[in-house]
Design a protein around this ligand. Structure first.
Ligand code: KMH
Ligand code: ZN
Length: 276
C-alpha cells in the first residue's frame, strides 16, 4: 500500500457551464489562482481543461501552451492536460494537445456512454495517444470509466510497452452515468484488474464523491477531486471553490495516516522527471 496520498485537482472540466457555476475557474488567471490555492492545501497535480473567451471548452493549441507555461511558472504542480476534451472534440484536436508538452496527459482507455452523449475512444486512437506520449516523454494517466477498460490497458501495455517514465498510473472515474458505479465492490474489482505494479487514484462523480474517496483511502489509492467532478459539497450545499475540495481530501488523508504527497514525491510516484 502507498503510505502517502497524491491529490490531483481537476478544477474545471468541459461539462459545467460558467453561467450555471459562476465560481468555476475558466480564465487563465482564475485557473492559475485556483492551482496555487489548491497546491497550498495539498494538491500535487492539476488536471487541466481550458475554456475560450466565451468560457466554452477549447483545445486551442496556443492557449494550451500558454496554460502549461503559466502553471509551470507559478506553481510546482505536475501539469496534466486532458486529451479527453469535451465529447464533441475531434480526434485530431485531442492528439494535438500533446504538442503543448505537458508533464502528463490523460489517456482514456475506451468508449463509454457519457450521460446522453458518447465519449468516443477508438482502439487505434488510444494506441496513437500512447505512442505519441512515449515519443514526447509525456507521462500518461490512464482514465478508466468502466472495468473492461482495464483489460484494454493491459492489452495496450502488452502490445506497445510501458509509457514514458516507466511507471503505470491509472485514474478510476466512477459514477459517470453510463460508466462504472462509485462503490466499494467496484473499486475492489478494479484493483484485481490493475496492471502489476500500477498506482491508482480514483474520483467519484457527484454523489459518488465521498464513498469513492473514503474507500480509495482505505484501499491505498490516491485521490482526484475538483469541480470537474462535483459541484456539490454536501446535501444542499454548493462547493465554494476547488481548494475547499482539496482541503477536505487532505484532511481525510491525514486522518487515514496517509498525508498528501508533495509535488516532487508525486513526480517520483508516477515517473515525471523533476523539473530543471
Ligand atoms: N470531458 C470528458 C468527455 C479526460 O479529461 O481525459 C472527458 C474527460 C476525460 O474529462
Ligand atoms: Zn477531464
Amino acid at each position: 500500500m502507498d503510505t502517502a496520498t497524491m491529490l490531483t485537482v481537476a478544477p474545471t472540466g468541459a461539462e459545467h457551464a460558467k453561467s450555471d457555476v459562476p465560481n468555476l475557474p475558466v480564465t487563465l488567471d482564475e485557473l492559475v489562482a485556483t492551482a496555487q490555492s489548491c497546491e497550498q492545501v495539498g494538491a500535487a497535480m492539476v488536471h487541466v481543461h481550458i475554456r475560450d473567451d466565451q468560457a466554452k471548452p477549447t483545445l486551442d493549441p496556443a492557449r494550451l501552451k500558454d496554460t502549461v507555461a503559466a502553471l509551470r511558472e507559478r506553481t510546482n504542480l505536475i501539469v496534466q492536460l486532458s486529451t479527453g476534451g469535451s465529447v464533441h472534440d475531434p480526434e485530431s484536436d485531442r492528439l494535438a494537445v500533446l504538442d503543448a508538452l505537458p508533464d502528463s496527459a490523460s489517456c482514456t482507455m475506451g468508449t463509454v456512454n457519457f450521460g446522453d452523449e458518447v465519449f468516443l475512444n477508438r482502439w487505434e486512437f488510444i494506441v496513437e495517444l500512447h505512442k505519441r506520449m512515449q515519443e514526447r516523454n509525456i507521462v500518461p494517466e490512464y482514465e478508466i470509466f468502466d472495468l473492461g477498460q482495464l483489460s484494454s490497458l493491459r492489452r495496450l501495455l502488452d502490445q506497445h510497452g510501458l509509457p514514458a517514465g516507466g511507471k503505470v498510473h491509472v485514474d478510476l472515474v466512477m459514477g459517470v452515468p453510463g460508466g462504472m458505479p462509485g462503490d466499494l465492490e467496484t473499486i475492489s474489482a478494479a484493483l484485481r484488474l490493475l496492471p502489476q505494479g500500477a498506482s491508482f487514484s480514483a474520483t467519484g462523480v457527484g454523489r459518488a464523491t465521498l464513498p469513492v474517496m473514503l474507500a480509495t483511502l482505505s484501499a491505498g489509492g490516491h485521490l482526484r477531486i475538483g469541480m470537474e467532478d462535483t459541484i456539490s459539497y454536501a446535501r444542499g450545499e454548493r462547493v465554494k471553490d476547488n481548494a475547499q475540495l482539496v482541503a477536505r481530501a487532505a484532511g481525510l488523508a491525514r486522518i487515514a495516516q496517509r498525508p498528501p504527497l508533495d509535488p516532487i514525491a508525486a513526480r517520483h510516484l508516477i515517473g515525471v522527471p523533476i523539473a530543471a
